[in-house]
Design a protein around this ligand. Structure first.
Ligand SMILES: NC(=O)c1ccc[n+]([C@@H]2O[C@H](COP(=O)([O-])OP(=O)(O)OC[C@H]3O[C@@H](n4cnc5c(N)ncnc54)[C@H](O)[C@@H]3O)[C@@H](O)[C@H]2O)c1
Ligand SMILES: O=C(O)CC[C@@H](O)C(=O)O
Length: 389
């Protein structure tokens, strides 16, 4: 029986991918083999020694101590693209809310008092404060052209906007998905200098913290709108508030409210709602549950953020060895020597590295004795060993 600990609510559709006769799933569970998580901050928790995999039912993994897990040989998976449409739709909504002053106008309507005739005259007198602007012909700058950024760029292009994108690490696949009229920028400054709207779609890390700072906000044309549906800290909140107060920015839309932003009359702050659709929650949970199951039952690695992609069909009749090690010379030699010394013949083998880590699957004829597993664990540089029967 595999044991899975859930640290957040995970969609039932995803949990249903883990058959009850083989999986025990609970928020409180002893000796879990794997953890399923959404936004729970795992940095301060003690991850049980029994855990071999962590599945993030979402995109960002900044709430998971990925480096520490790599050093322990724990695979971390996410669900790339599974919530991208949900975020795209909320970014579009954010652009419309800002361009048409909808939040302020709605507040105004709700503040009115009087009978319907009086309301009508207040509506007609008051509406001129909320005159907005239209999107066609305006420029949107998209920073980060991954699963979400590409969808945002293409949708804005379909709305008649000029779109300029920046992503030095764009994949060939994402570049193919982009509409041909999305222009490529070579620097962040080039994007901000020409964009009426800026939307960031990058992970938070040391390179992206305060990516949009006061200097860059000042480079934007007056009346600009910035949107942050990625992570708190990518846009400098203090600088954005200052730019709003100076009248240089017209709106700051974000998914990560703070006490600085949430009450500001020109900030539209949402409670981290980007991925909160039934569809996105199900897509993420299903994808990550399938990946965790394939890893536990077959050792296969798909969509990991720290392990190489390794998928080897199950053909052999004997045990499968799943082994994580530091990416240093002579590991494969030592692994095959340990197996050969126990008289085990190798049926199939797949080894791949990613950065400092390497991952190996070995199908052997017959059963691997417990002593051999201990020998493998004793090899310097071996981080984790599992036998899958
Ligand atoms: N608000 C929400 O609920 C919500 C939901 C999903 C994702 N997110 C956030 O959005 C982020 C992006 O998600 P995604 O699914 O598009 O991820 P992704 O991995 O598909 O795309 C991220 C892109 O950013 C690019 N990038 C990285 N550093 C960059 C930099 N300094 N400048 C320009 N580009 C850079 C990468 O090359 C990649 O193409 C996630 O990391 C997560 O933090 C938030
Ligand atoms: O799980 C959520 O609701 C948020 C997920 C989102 O922040 C992500 O990075 O995918």
């Amino acid at each position: 029986m595999y044991k899975i600990q859930t640290l957040n609510n995970i969609s039932v559709k995803g949990l249903d991918r883990l058959p009850r006769d083989r999986y025990e799933v609970a928020s409180e569970i002893g000796h879990p083999d794997a953890v399923l998580v959404r936004s729970f901050k795992m940095h301060d928790m003690v991850v049980p020694e029994t855990v071999v995999a962590i599945g993030r039912a979402g995109a960002g993994v900044n709430n998971i101590p990925v480096e520490a897990m790599s050093q322990r040989g724990v695979a971390v998976f996410n669900a790339p693209g599974a919530n991208a449409n949900a975020v795209k739709e909320l970014v579009l909504a954010g652009m419309f809310l800002a361009a048409r002053n909808i939040c302020q106008a709605w507040d105004y309507t709700r503040s009115l008092e009087g009978d319907d005739a009086s309301l009508n005259s207040q509506v007609e007198a008051g509406k001129k404060q909320f005159v907005g602007f239209e999107l066609p012909g305006r420029t949107l700058g998209v920073i980060g052209l991954g699963a979400i950024g590409v969808k945002v760029a293409n949708a804005a292009s379909a709305l008649g906007m000029n779109v300029v994108g920046f992503d030095p690490g764009i994949t060939v696949g994402r570049a193919w998905e982009l509409e041909s009229d999305v222009r490529q920028a070579h620097t962040v400054d080039e994007v901000v200098g020409q964009s009426d709207f800026i939307s960031v779609h990058v992970p938070i890390n040391d390179h992206t913290r305060n990516l949009i700072n006061g200097d860059r906000l000042r480079m934007m044309p007056a009346g600009g709108v910035v949107l942050n549906f990625s992570r708190a800290g990518i846009i400098d909140d203090e600088a954005a508030i200052a730019a709003l107060d100076e009248g240089h920015l017209s709106a700051y839309v974000n998914d990560f409210p703070t006490n600085l932003t949430r009450q500001h009359p020109r900030c539209i702050t949402l409670p981290h709602l980007g991925a909160s659709t039934r569809e996105a929650e199900e897509n993420c949970a299903v994808l990550v549950a399938d990946q965790i199951r394939d890893y536990l039952e077959n050792g296969n690695v798909r969509n990991s953020v720290n392990f190489p992609e390794v998928v080897m069909p199950r053909g052999g009749k004997g045990d499968r060895l799943s082994l994580v090690n530091s990416n240093v010379p002579n590991m494969l030699g030592q692994i095959s020597t340990a197996l050969a010394s126990a008289g085990l013949n190798i049926d199939d083998m797949y080894n791949k590295s990613r950065g400092d880590l390497a991952y190996t699957l070995v199908d052997v004829e017959g059963e691997i004795p417990a002593g051999v597993i201990e020998d493998l664990r004793g090899i310097e540089g071996v981080l984790a060993v599992r036998v899958i029967r």
